[in-house]
Design a protein around this ligand. Structure first.
Ligand code: ZN
Length: 261
């Protein structure tokens, strides 16, 4: 019923109980998972997990907070991994001006190199953007990322946290917005306003597991079984049923990633 489009299942917090976490997710109706990566090690782990489980797909790439590791060899290995059958996207890549772990220009260069890779491979892209929407939208405006059939503009702004003008710009270009736990935070009225008005066809559900737990579990480890808490809040905001929201967002995710599930 639900597709969690952003869960870091490969990471250490799940080493002790990964199978139990996924079983709980299935019991909650969350039956498909996209595991994004943040560096070469996580790209390898996510690819291996996706190869081992029919309900998990992987994205490969280097996060802006790890961009210092992106050299020619790393990019070559990311490309090799991207050829595996269950690797369906490049990500998460982008800009992070909150932590500024690396200089802005270095982040932009690494972002552009990975966008060029996605463009050449016709793979969708998962964007990480923190306090950097202006530059992110500017860099993306120079790219047209299409799928293998040249049909679609395949960019997801994961855990969208921009303002209404930035949302309007992104939606106008055909990007998807990933919505997760922050939609449940009491002070997040501005995000709820965006989610109320945006086209349902561009909305994707995500947890960002193990981060960004919904309000009910805030401060604790997040996991994909929490997707229904996010879906219930969005369905309430939009005045539709949870079943309708689940069906629509899962169809969006399958179309975006070109997978059947
Ligand atoms: Zn993430």
């Amino acid at each position: 019923m639900f597709f969690d489009t952003h869960c870091h299942l490969d990471t250490q917090p799940f080493d002790a109980d990964r199978d139990a976490v996924l079983a709980r997710a299935h019991a909650a109706g969350v039956t498909r998972f996209l595991n994004p990566s943040y560096d070469l090690g996580s790209s390898r782990r996510a690819t291996a997990l996706a190869a081992a489980r029919p309900d998990v797909w992987a994205a490969v790439g280097v996060h802006p907070n790890d961009i210092g590791h992106l050299d020619d060899q790393c990019l070559y290995e990311i490309e090799q991994l991207s050829q595996q059958p269950r690797v369906v996207a490049i990500g998460e890549i982008g800009l992070d001006y909150h932590w500024n772990t690396f200089p802005r220009q270095q982040q932009i260069d690494g972002f552009v190199r990975q966008l060029q890779l996605a463009q050449r491979l016709h793979l969708p892209v998962i964007i990480h953007c923190r306090d950097a929407y202006e530059d992110t939208l500017d860099v993306l405006s120079k790219f047209k990322i299409e799928d293998a059939n040249n049909l679609q503009f395949s960019i997801l702004l994961h855990s969208f946290a921009g303002n209404s003008q930035q949302a309007e710009e992104a939606l106008g270009r055909g990007y998807y917005l990933g919505i997760g736990g922050p939609i449940t935070y009491p002070k997040n009225e501005s995000l709820r306003e965006i989610v109320r008005e945006m086209p349902l066809g561009q909305l994707l559900l995500e947890t960002d597991t193990p981060y960004l737990s919904p309000q009910k579990f805030r401060g604790k480890r997040n996991e994909p079984s929490h997707i229904p808490l996010i879906a219930e809040r969005i369905a309430q905001i939009r005045g539709i049923s949870v079943a309708e929201l689940g069906a629509a967002t899962t169809a969006n995710a399958c179309q975006w990633l070109m997978v059947n599930g």
